[in-house]
Design a protein around this ligand. Structure first.
Ligand code: GUN
Length: 286
């Protein structure tokens, strides 16, 4: 089994991004800027946001964190997003999900201008992905593709099975694999014969959000297995959606958790932010 080492791959990507960030600052007299909006007290979100901010600092991207309390109203959140949208030093806006239940996530996200949508969550960018047009692609699925590319994992013509259909991972993941000419199946909580579907996969992407959900009997010998999960097991230890110790005996390639997809997500966020900053600043100059 070959470990798909996201920590290593992301370090290579980030070395390139550091140079790009420095060049951006030289050319434009300011840093690329990312605004991170965190509403409420979701403990996982706290960790994700901390890692994103650290990534910005290490790369030479200016990050601005806006922490709002759980009881924030739509009006307050929309006012903040309007200010960030108009701020010429903010090139990317990230609203960390999930949001408190009383807020309308869709309406909030749509207050972000598409050119500052570094998460690639807006209908404009999702539509572009669906049509295989250039646009901003969601960080986690984009990171998975980049990891596979760096390990020369073939995708065209292969049978890919994505387990999970979230807007953040499953759907864009399926679209990216389709755009790369895989034969794509998307499984979810209502799928019948899930095990049989998974067993057919040359490439299996697990994005379910349940600890060790994918067991060895669901994996074909020699398959490529990508674990997008980030869960805690009974001993409160970090683990993915894949039963790593069992599946490693069958998979040809496998991502670890942590150190697989997670660091690739951060690298793609930094890349999307630099892309947005370069696009915005050069558009302004014409
Ligand atoms: N919550 C879980 N993953 C993500 C992500 O990639 N972006 C945002 N904004 N929220 C998330």
């Amino acid at each position: 089994m070959i470990l798909l080492n996201g920590k290593e791959a992301s370090a290579e990507i980030r070395a390139e991004l550091n140079l790009r960030a420095a060049q951006f600052e030289r050319e434009h007299g300011k840093k690329a800027g990312l605004a991170v909006v965190l509403i409420g007290n979701d403990p996982a979100s706290e960790v994700y946001v901390r890692n994103k901010i650290r990534g910005c600092e290490e790369t030479g991207i200016r990050s601005m964190t806006h922490r709002l309390p759980e009881e924030t109203t739509m009006e307050e959140a929309l006012a903040l997003l309007a200010a960030l949208s108009a701020d010429r030093d903010v090139h990317g806006i990230l609203v960390q999900l999930p949001l408190p239940a009383h807020l309308n996530a869709e309406r909030l996200l749509e207050a972000i201008p598409p050119e500052k949508d570094v998460d690639g969550f807006l209908p404009e960018n999702v539509g572009r992905l669906a049509l295989k047009k250039e646009g901003t692609v969601a960080c986690t699925p984009q990171g998975v593709m980049e990891l596979l590319r760096r390990y020369h994992v073939p995708i065209a013509g292969k049978r890919a099975v994505v387990v999970g259909r979230s807007n953040i991972v499953g759907r864009p993941m399926a679209m990216l694999l389709l755009n790369a000419d895989a034969t794509v199946t998307v499984c979810h909580s209502k799928t019948e014969n899930l095990k049989e579907e998974c067993l057919r996969a040359d490439l299996l992407v697990a994005a379910i959000g349940k600890a060790k959900f994918i067991t060895a009997d669901m994996v074909k010998e020699g398959a490529v297995v990508v674990d997008v999960g980030m869960n805690r097991d009974q001993d409160n230890k970090l683990c993915g959606d894949v039963d790593f110790d069992a599946v490693k005996e069958k998979a040809a390639y496998l991502t670890p958790v942590p150190g697989g997809v997670g660091p690739m997500t951060i690298a793609m966020l930094l890349k999307n932010t630099l892309d947005a900053a370069e696009r915005i600043e050069t558009q302004d100059n014409v």
